[in-house]
Each structure stands twice: as C-alpha cells, then as structure tokens.
Design a protein around this ligand. Structure first.
Ligand SMILES: Cc1cc2nc3c(=O)[nH]c(=O)nc-3n(C[C@H](O)[C@H](O)[C@H](O)COP(=O)(O)OP(=O)(O)OC[C@H]3O[C@@H](n4cnc5c(N)ncnc54)[C@H](O)[C@@H]3O)c2cc1C
Length: 376
C-alpha cells in the first residue's frame, strides 16, 4: 500500500520536501501538496518588486509547472488541521494521511502595530512591495525610516538590504542629498550571529550616510511620526515596515502552537504528535526564518520519511545551517553562512560583497526553479 503523505504549504519547505520524496520513492507514496496560492515567489524577489526592478507578475513561478511522479498539487486553503487523526480540512475537501508535514510559513499581523497600514507601508508581502513600487516614484526625498516591528522576522538581513537599495534608488533619482535613511532594528547589530557580516553592513551604512538605530522596535505609527519601543519619537516622510510575524490562523486554531509557533524537536522536526512534522517559518527550531533553513529542514524530514517507509536507513538530523545572500547595493552581493545548531553558540561566516556573487545568487534561484518546477 502506498503511504499517504500530506504536505501543507508549497513554499521553500513544502517544495523541497515534495521534490525529494518524488525523486527517492515516487512508486511508494501518494503525496498531496496543498497551497492556497497558484504560484510560488522567492522572498528576495519582493525587494526587486518594491524598487521597480521586477513586476509582481514576473516573479511568480506557477505551481501548474510541477509534474512530479507520486505528487499531486492542489490549490486549496487549509481550514483545519487535526494532528491526532492526521486529518486536514480545506475549503474544498478533507484528507487523511499516514504522515503529515506542516510547512505553512508565517503570516503578518499588521494590526499589532497601530498605524502601520495607514501611515506607512509594509514591504514583506507581494501586494505590500507592489504598493511601495507605486508610491516611490512620487516620493520627492525626505526622511525615510525602515523599521522592524518585532524581533522575530523573516530573513534578518532583508531590512539592511532595503536600506542599501533605498540609498541607490534615491541616488539614481538625484534625491539622496535631500534625504536621510534610518534603519531601526530590535537587534544590537544588523546580523547578530555573524559579527563579520554586521561589521561589513555597518561599514556600508557609514559610507552611504545611513543611520543604524539598534535595539528598538517600531511600536506604532502616527501620521509622519514613528513611536519606538522605548517611547521615543522619530519623524518620517516615508516609513517602510517589516510587520510583526505570526503563525497562520489555521495553525493557531489547531493547538499545535502553544509557544506561538509549532514546537518541534529542532534536530528531527517532529511535533509532539507521531507522524506529524513541521518545517520552515511555521516551526520553532531556534534558527532564523529563512528559505535556506526551511529547505534544510525539509531535506531532513525527507530522509526520516524515506527511512521509515523503506524500513531501513535513518534520518539525517537537521543541521540548522543555511546560506543567505545580501544585496549590498551598487550591484554587489555578499553572502553569509550561518550555523545555529552544531555548537553551543550560532556561528556565521561572511563572504565579502562582489558583483560575481550575483551569479551565485542567480544560480541559487535557477537551481530551485529547475528542481522544484522543471523550469529553465
Ligand atoms: C523581503 C524578503 C526577503 C527574503 N530574502 C530571503 C533570502 O534572501 N534568503 C532566504 O533564504 N530567505 C529569504 N526570505 C525568507 C523566505 O522567503 C522565507 O523564510 C521562506 O519562504 C520560508 O519558507 P516556508 O516553506 O517556511 O514558508 P513559505 O515559503 O512562506 O511557504 C508557506 C506556504 O504556505 C501557504 N499557506 C499558508 N497558509 C495556508 C493555508 N491556510 N492554506 C493553504 N496554504 C497556505 C502559503 O501560500 C505559502 O506558499 C525573505 C523574505 C522576505 C519577505
């Protein structure tokens, strides 16, 4: 009998898992990959959209391209998860499985930061990035704040990338002289696990006159004024925000997320329910919320399922390691290798920014397009 595997969410984690299972054991499984959207978007493409480098349409990779033996892809919204029965209800159907993997990512809680939706713009969703791309051409320079609303957010280098790209954008339009850029973050440094990366970013900020404001979150916005977590006030003409992140509502309602995210064994990604795993941003593993980490977790779960279904071999434990590319502006890209779980403290290694690294980042994108979607 084929094993029924339910994969909830076709993002970095779900797509990697489906690909691995199809490659390794397509004859033995019936995997169902469910996502509410019709297409996938690489998180970093949102930065390209906000600065007008790409259109929202051009960054979508359609799920209809996926043709993987042993895997069917359904566009449905998951409305209830029963981890005990391994049963899932969607807006269209109901499914039961032998194994279930939850890879539903993180949602945004705009209401947690009063005024963000009215006085500022979030740039972490595709509609948000698109909205920014529409307002930027009318911006005539002034005080720009890039502000983070809570400490747990996707891709910790992204706000720094946004600040550097904003510098380039304003320079290109001849507005940099009459503008100031402030980056307000809850951390003491831009990328705390990697002092080298933080030092390079701080140097890049200093060279460009970008002010880094550490240790503060954005608590609320009033028209033209950001109120920070220490109650200080910071005036702005343009506020670009990273909204507070939260677990998707359907997960919250499933009793899986007692600590706010799905608790798992960080090395095996098992939840407290046998046969139920959680990978990527939706889970609480102690590693950053980033695609490279979601992908690594999915690889580990694939080995667990393959070992279990084959009745031999064992799971490759999740190393908690990943690579992030960082847009440094002026067409240069840097890279940080971070490892969170192999030692007592996270470690990070920085590879200096260069134009050549863009080729490597492009390869990161194209290899995923090919492996997950069969697209060139
Ligand atoms: C601006 C920005 C830049 C980034 N840059 C990078 C980077 O350079 N490198 C990097 O590694 N990461 C980067 N990231 C982070 C990265 O995009 C995420 O961490 C990654 O996508 C997480 O993968 P995931 O599989 O956990 O979740 P996701 O990729 O978010 O996938 C979750 C999926 O679940 C689906 N879903 C959610 N709820 C439901 C439901 N109820 N029913 C059905 N489907 C549902 C969603 O539609 C989505 O497709 C960036 C993010 C942003 C916002």
């Amino acid at each position: 009998m084929k094993k029924r595997i339910l994969i909830l969410g076709a993002g970095f984690g779900g797509l990697e898992l489906a690909s691995r299972l199809s490659e390794e054991m397509s004859d033995d499984i019936e995997a169902t990959l469910i996502d509410r959207n019709d297409s996938f978007v690489f998180g970093f493409s949102k930065l390209d959209v906000m600065f007008g480098r790409r259109t929202p349409e051009s960054i979508r990779v359609p799920y209809s391209s996926i043709a993987k033996p042993g895997v069917r892809v359904l566009q449905q919204t998951v409305t209830a998860i029963d981890p005990v029965a391994k049963r899932v209800t969607t807006d269209q159907d109901e499914f039961e499985a032998d194994h279930m993997v939850i890879a539903l990512g993180a949602d945004y809680d705009l209401d947690a930061t009063p005024g963000l939706g009215e006085a500022g713009y979030e740039f972490y969703s595709v509609p948000g990035a698109k909205r920014v791309s529409e307002v930027l051409p009318d911006f005539e320079g002034g005080r720009v704040i890039i502000g983070v609303c809570d400490a747990l957010f996707k891709c910790p280098p992204a706000p720094s990338e946004c600040a550097l790209m904003m510098h380039d954008y304003l320079t290109r339009r001849g507005l940099r002289e009459k503008s100031e850029i402030k980056l307000v973050m809850p951390f003491p440094s831009p990328v705390p696990p990697s002092p080298d990366t933080s030092a390079a970013l701080l140097e890049g900020f200093a060279e460009r006159g970008i002010e880094f404001v550490p240790g503060r979150k954005t608590k609320r916005l009033e028209p033209g004024m950001a109120i920070l977590s220490d109650d200080s006030e910071m005036p702005f003409d343009l506020f670009l925000g990273v909204p507070r992140h939260r677990v998707p509502k359907v997960v919250e309602e499933s009793d899986l997320s007692a600590t706010g995210w799905i608790d798992v064994n960080p090395r095996t990604l098992e939840t407290t329910h046998p046969g139920v795993y959680a990978v990527g941003d939706v889970s609480n593993t102690g590693v950053p919320k980033a695609g490279a980490f979601a992908e690594g977790a999915a690889k580990s779960v694939a080995t667990a399922l393959i070992a279990e279904i084959n009745g031999e071999g064992e799971q490759e434990l999740y190393p908690g390691a990943g690579v992030c590319y960082i847009e440094f502006g002026a067409k240069a890209i840097g890279k940080v290798d971070v490892n969170f779980l192999s030692g007592p403290k996270p470690t990070g290694h920085f590879h200096g920014a260069s134009a050549e690294m863009r080729v490597e980042k492009e390869r990161f994108r194209s290899t995923r397009r090919e492996r997950w979607f069969g697209l060139a």
